[in-house]
Ligand binder design. Structure first.
Ligand code: COA
Length: 141
C-alpha cells in the first residue's frame, strides 16, 4: 500500500530530491537543456516533494509571482493520482497564504490535467525550450 507524504521547503533543504526528479523528467526524458532547467528562481521559490515510502517521486515549485512550475512525476508513478495530490496540496498552500491567484505555463499535453484542477487557458500557444506551452490561470478568491 502506498504511503504518500508531501514536504515543502526552500531550495537548500529540498534541492537534492528536486534535482534528482527534474533531472530524470525534464533533462533526460524531455531533453530540456540543463542551462534552461536550472535558473535563479529555484533559490527564491517554495519547493514541494512527494515521497512514497520515503522515495522522492514528484516535485513542483511555487514562485513569488504565484506561478507554479517544474511539475514532474517520475514516469513509473504517473496515472496514479500523484500529480493531482501534489497540485491540490499547492493550491491549498496558496489559499492559506491568501494568494489571489495561481498561474502556470502548461505544456500543451497537460492542459486537461490542469483544467481538471480548476485552471483555465489564457491566450495562445507558444514555444518554450522547443515544447508547445500555453498560459493557464486559476483565481483563489
Ligand atoms: N494529458 C491529459 N490528462 C492527463 C495527463 C496528460 N498528460 N496527465 C494526467 N492527466 C489527467 C489524468 O487522466 C487524471 O484525470 P482523472 O483524475 O479524471 O483520472 C488527472 O489528470 C490527474 O492525473 P494524475 O495521475 O494525478 O497525473 P500524474 O501523476 O500522471 O501527473 C503530470 C501529471 C503532467 C505531472 C505527469 O504526467 C508528468 O510529470 N509529466 C512529465 C512532466 C511534465 O510534462 N510536466 C508538466 C509540465 S507543464
Amino acid at each position: 500500500m502506498s504511503q504518500i507524504q508531501i514536504e515543502q521547503g526552500d531550495w537548500t533543504s529540498l534541492q537534492q530530491a528536486a534535482m534528482s526528479i527534474r533531472e530524470q523528467v525534464f533533462i533526460q526524458e524531455q531533453h530540456i537543456a540543463a542551462e534552461d532547467e536550472w535558473d535563479a528562481q529555484d533559490a527564491v521559490s517554495i519547493h514541494f516533494i512527494v515521497r512514497d515510502h520515503g522515495e522522492a517521486i514528484a516535485t513542483a515549485r511555487l514562485l513569488t509571482d504565484n506561478s507554479i512550475g517544474r511539475v514532474a512525476v517520475l514516469q513509473r508513478y504517473r496515472g496514479q493520482g500523484i500529480g493531482r495530490i501534489l497540485m491540490q496540496h499547492i493550491i491549498q498552500y496558496a489559499q492559506q497564504e491568501q494568494r489571489a491567484l495561481l498561474k502556470l505555463s502548461a505544456q500543451v499535453h497537460a492542459i486537461a490535467f490542469y483544467a481538471s484542477l480548476g485552471f483555465a487557458v489564457e491566450g495562445e500557444e507558444y514555444l518554450d525550450c522547443g515544447i508547445p506551452h500555453i498560459d493557464m490561470q486559476m483565481s483563489l478568491q
